[in-house]
Every structure is written in structure tokens, then in C-alpha cells.
Design a protein around this ligand. Structure first.
Ligand SMILES: [Zn+2]
Length: 562
């Protein structure tokens, strides 16, 4: 037990130490005169109090961010005596914010009227001994040449990125590197505020389920039950009361609970989504996601507070499933087996009538999953198997020896615009195929989007697991490093690279099968029956453009990161 009590004076002095307690002490009101109240927006308290030099916030609208940023700026200018540059996208935004919210907040609060002298202009406010300068990024193409202790960039994603970068560079020249805060609704992945978010500790608001006690943060769509139209626990699926969403704590990407200590050397990151808001119902969010007048990006940016991965840069499993046709494949034309090794073997069977079968042969089921592929080679005597080169090559080589001319090894290589999507090895390189990974993946995704081009034989339920793998691939723009001694403009600039954020095996099985089908599907090439070969397909083509140099298999230029 404490053997002393704080005096009222001491408590009042202590209340000045944090923005949130300062707000309560002075009953600070928002622009319409309502006192700020954190009881239903508990997540705001830590955000108000964060005094980390580098901060980033992903925010949807309606969370009270304008008021928070205004009050934090005033607090830092007055109490920390820092000169502040506050940028907004345009001069009109400055007019709206300072002439509107800012001036009205000041007018509502006597303590702030003491701090700010009203003779100031829109662009410049004296706060105690410091100044806050408001600037639009499009109006002033040059960063301000005044010393500043804190730069606040609001609505980063709508701002001129070059001007934001200029401010960054200028501030970094200062001795302590300067303080930099970035706030915005996000836009595209890898753009604007997302750049800083990626460098942050990525705090999320963790809630505890009152039914099962599981602690986690809410995400779309797992935290919403579209049938019951309620928020649900991701673990036990029980309905979450509003109270559970209000009460939470901020935990970073490494599982550390936020204790208010300013982060030094790394960005302090805050992500707010409308899932956290007490006054948003599950039904409102479901309606927003189904709104035919709003695109997916709108929902990501303005409801979920997340950067969006452009629609051309990913494909929803639902879209893949539109290619399902409830017909039975006659299995009369040549079957191509596309196989991805790694965790057991994933494989897909297709022929000119469509994609008709997939399976994940696991080590638990088969002593050697390659036996399962051999079963397929026997079941379909004219079939061709296409394997990735990332796995256990011994299994593939055994099959190649046993089924000559029918088993191929696929190599992914870098995007080089001068050659075909697939290149087939000749002579000593026979049995090897080089695939232009990124361009082929783009093609497959485009074909999937153009419903009916790649037919999936069967029902949507049957193809659901297979299609789910397409949900884990996404495309990013990557700046190509200049290659020395290569005078080829096509090698420079930005290119698309497909990445994955989950299991994507079946995507690759389709890519391999697709390449095989282009070569063998028409039946014009190798005719293979059992173990005897006729017209051994030595190379399929004599086109020199389509020839794999032997160095391709040792030259790192041909390798890609998978
Ligand atoms: Zn639960």
C-alpha cells in the first residue's frame, strides 16, 4: 500500500504529461463542442499519447483522426516546444483544415485560445513559443526552407510524393534526424503511407473473446459472419459483443504489448480499421463490401484501412471458380500432368478438354509421392509429366529413365522479353523446359479472368481448394537493376514480379501443365506408347530463338527467386 497520497496539485500537474490526460483534465472539446470521450474509443488513447519521433498511421475515415492530429500538433508545439511543418495535399485542404476544424477546435477550448493567437494567418499559427506552418504539397513544389523539429504529413497518399521526399531529405540533414509523422488512408500496396508502415512495428488492436478467451486482432472477412450478420471470434466463431471490440490492447508484429515508451530508430505504426469502431455494425461492413458502386480498393482503403493490391495484380478464387463447368472430361486426348514438388507433390491433370483432376500426394499417404505420379503415367499411357526443378531431382530422373520422352523438368527463369514463354531443351538438354515465370503467370491469370478459356471440369465445391491457391499470389512492380554491359532497353525499368503470401502450389501445377499442353496437346509432337518411343521429340523445334544455351542451367542470370 502507498503510504502517501498525491495532492490535487500533483495530479493536475501529472495530467499535463500525456495528451490523453491533458484532454480529460481540460475537458477538451471537438470542433462541434462535444467533449472528447475515450470510453468507446479506447484504441485512441495510446495513439494520442505516442511521442515516438517516427510515426505512421493507416486510418480509415470517421475515427476522429483530424481532431487527434490537430490536438497532437498543438500539444507538441506548446509542450515540447517543437516547430512544426504540417502538410496536406493541396492548398484547398489547408484552407479547409485550418480555416475549418483547426479554428473551430481552438474556439471551443479556452486553454487553446490562450496558446494560439488569432491574428495568425491560415498558413502559420503561433503556439506558445513555437510555430505550426501549414502547407499544401501541390501548391508549393519545394519543401519549406525553415528549420522544423517535426514534420507531419497528413493524407500522404493524396499528396505529391516528390515534395514529401524533399521534406524527408531536409529533415534527415538535421542533427537528431528530426521527427516525422505520416498519416493517411492507404491507397496501393508499396505506395505512400504503406512505405512507412512496412518499416514500422505494425501495431494492431488485439481484443479478447469473452467466450473462449482467445486474443487476436480483427480481420476481414474472418471476423465477420455474413449469415448471422455479426462480428465473430476468429477462434470459436461465437458472436462478439461491442464491448469486446472496444476493450483491447495494442500489440506489435512481434507480439510486444505497447507500453507507451517512444520507439527510437523504427517507425511506430498504428493500423485502424472500421472493424474496431463501436458505432459500426457488421451489417454495415457487409453492405460496404457488397456495394456495387464501390470497387474493392475503396473497401480496402476506406473501410479496412489497408493498402490495396491492384485488381490486375491479383485474382480472387471466386473468379477462378467461374471457370467451372459441370461436365465430365472424356479423357480421350493426351493428358498433361503438372506437378509441384515440395510438401509432398501437388499435381493437376489437364488435356485439351479442360483441367479435370488435382491432388496433393503427401508423404503420409505415400512412402514416395513420386509413385503416385507414376500411377498416373501408367493410367494415361500417352500422358506427359511436367515437374518443377525445385524438388528431389532423383525422383524425377528415375521417372525420366523409366518413361523416356514423357517426363520434363521445368525451370523458371527471369523475365527476358526477347524469347518465348517456354523454351524446350534440345539434344543434351532434352527433358528440360525453361519457363518465363512472371509472364506466364500473368497470362494464366488473364486467361482465368476471361471465363471459359481454361475450363475446370466439375463443380465449384470440387475446385474450391485448388482455386484457393490463386488467392495467395499477387503481382508487384519491381525496379530492374541495370545490367552491366547489356545495351538492351527492355532490360531496364520496372517489371512485374509475382509473389506469394500463402500456398500457391496448384497455380504452378497449372502453369507446368499449360506449357506441356501447348507443346503436346495438339498431338503433333511426340507419340509415346508405353516404353517405346516413336519420333523421339528431340527439341520439338529447330528455331534458334527458341534454343536453350547449355549455360542456362548454371548461369545465375537464368535463376529466379521462388
Ligand atoms: Zn472465442
Amino acid at each position: 500500500m502507498l503510504d502517501f497520497e498525491y495532492t490535487d496539485d500533483e495530479l493536475l500537474a501529472a495530467a499535463e504529461l500525456y495528451p490523453s490526460t491533458w484532454i480529460v483534465k481540460h475537458a477538451i472539446k471537438n470542433e462541434v463542442g462535444t467533449p472528447l470521450d475515450f470510453t468507446k474509443r479506447k484504441f485512441l488513447v495510446d495513439m494520442y499519447n505516442d511521442m515516438s519521433p517516427h510515426q505512421v498511421m493507416l486510418k480509415p475515415p470517421q475515427i476522429g483522426a483530424t481532431v487527434m492530429n490537430t490536438l497532437k500538433a498543438l500539444y507538441v508545439a506548446k509542450k515540447k516546444k517543437k516547430q512544426i511543418i504540417y502538410t496536406l495535399p493541396t492548398q484547398g485542404d489547408v484552407q479547409d483544415m485550418v480555416g475549418g476544424s483547426f479554428n473551430r477546435i481552438i474556439a471551443q477550448n479556452p486553454v487553446l485560445l490562450d496558446w494560439v493567437k488569432d491574428k495568425d494567418t491560415i498558413e502559420q499559427k503561433a503556439v506558445g513559443d513555437s510555430m505550426i506552418f501549414y502547407r499544401g504539397t501541390f501548391t508549393s513544389k519545394q519543401a519549406m526552407m525553415i528549420p522544423s523539429g517535426l514534420n507531419i504529413h497528413d493524407e500522404v497518399d493524396a499528396s505529391d510524393q516528390d515534395v514529401i521526399t524533399q521534406y524527408e531529405t531536409r529533415l534527415q540533414a538535421q542533427e537528431d534526424g528530426g521527427w516525422r509523422w505520416y498519416f493517411s488512408h492507404p491507397s496501393l500496396s508499396g505506395h505512400g503511407v504503406d512505405i512507412y508502415w512496412q518499416q514500422s512495428d505494425k501495431k494492431e488492436w488485439h481484443i479478447t473473446c469473452p467466450h473462449c478467451g482467445d486474443e487476436h486482432y480483427m480481420t476481414w472477412p474472418d471476423s465477420v459472419d455474413t449469415e448471422r450478420e455479426c462480428f465473430q471470434c476468429k477462434a470459436c466463431k461465437a458472436e462478439l459483443p461491442t464491448e469486446a471490440r472496444i476493450n483491447g490492447r495494442w500489440i506489435d508484429k512481434d507480439g510486444r504489448v505497447w507500453d507507451g515508451t517512444p520507439l527510437i530508430g523504427t517507425f511506430s505504426g498504428w493500423h485502424v480499421s472500421q472493424l474496431m469502431l463501436h458505432n459500426k455494425t457488421a451489417k454495415e461492413l457487409i453492405n460496404a463490401s457488397n456495394d456495387p458502386n464501390k470497387d474493392k480498393q475503396y473497401f480496402y482503403n476506406y473501410v479496412l484501412g489497408l493498402p490495396y493490391i491492384g485488381s490486375d495484380d491479383r485474382i480472387e478464387p471466386d473468379v477462378v471458380l467461374r471457370n467451372c463447368e459441370d461436365i465430365v472430361n472424356p479423357q480421350t486426348s493426351r493428358v498433361i500432368i503438372g506437378a509441384d514438388t515440395g510438401h509432398g507433390i501437388h499435381f493437376t491433370l489437364m488435356n485439351s478438354d479442360g483441367v479435370f483432376y488435382y491432388e496433393h500426394a503427401t508423404l503420409a499417404q505415400y512412402k514416395d509421392p513420386y509413385d503416385r505420379i507414376e500411377e498416373m503415367l501408367k493410367k494415361f499411357p500417352r500422358s506427359i509429366a511436367m515437374f518443377d526443378q525445385g524438388g528431389d531431382l532423383i525422383g524425377v530422373r528415375k521417372l525420366q529413365a523409366k518413361y523416356p520422352g514423357r517426363v520434363f523438368l521445368c525451370w523458371y527463369r527471369k523475365d527476358r522479353k526477347t524469347v518465348d514463354l517456354a523454351t524446350w531443351g534440345q539434344h543434351e538438354e532434352y527433358g528440360k523446359v525453361i519457363i518465363d515465370r512472371n509472364r506466364l503467370m500473368t497470362l494464366i491469370v488473364e486467361q482465368m479472368r476471361d471465363t471459359g478459356r481454361i475450363r475446370l471440369n466439375g463443380s465449384q465445391e470440387e475446385w474450391e481448394e485448388w482455386a484457393s491457391h490463386f488467392g495467395y499470389i499477387y503481382r508487384e512492380q519491381v525496379k530492374t537493376k541495370e545490367l552491366k554491359d547489356k545495351d538492351d532497353s527492355s532490360l531496364y525499368g520496372t517489371q512485374y514480379v509475382w509473389k506469394r503470401n500463402g500456398p500457391d502450389h496448384f497455380v504452378h501445377t497449372l502453369m507446368y501443365a499449360y506449357v506441356g499442353l501447348q507443346k503436346f496437346g495438339g498431338g503433333e509432337a511426340a507419340i509415346v506408347t508405353g516404353n517405346s518411343m516413336f519420333n523421339v521429340p528431340t527439341g520439338m523445334t529447330t528455331d534458334q530463338q527458341n534454343y536453350i544455351p547449355p549455360s542456362a542451367f548454371s548461369n545465375p542470370e537464368y535463376q529466379v527467386e521462388l
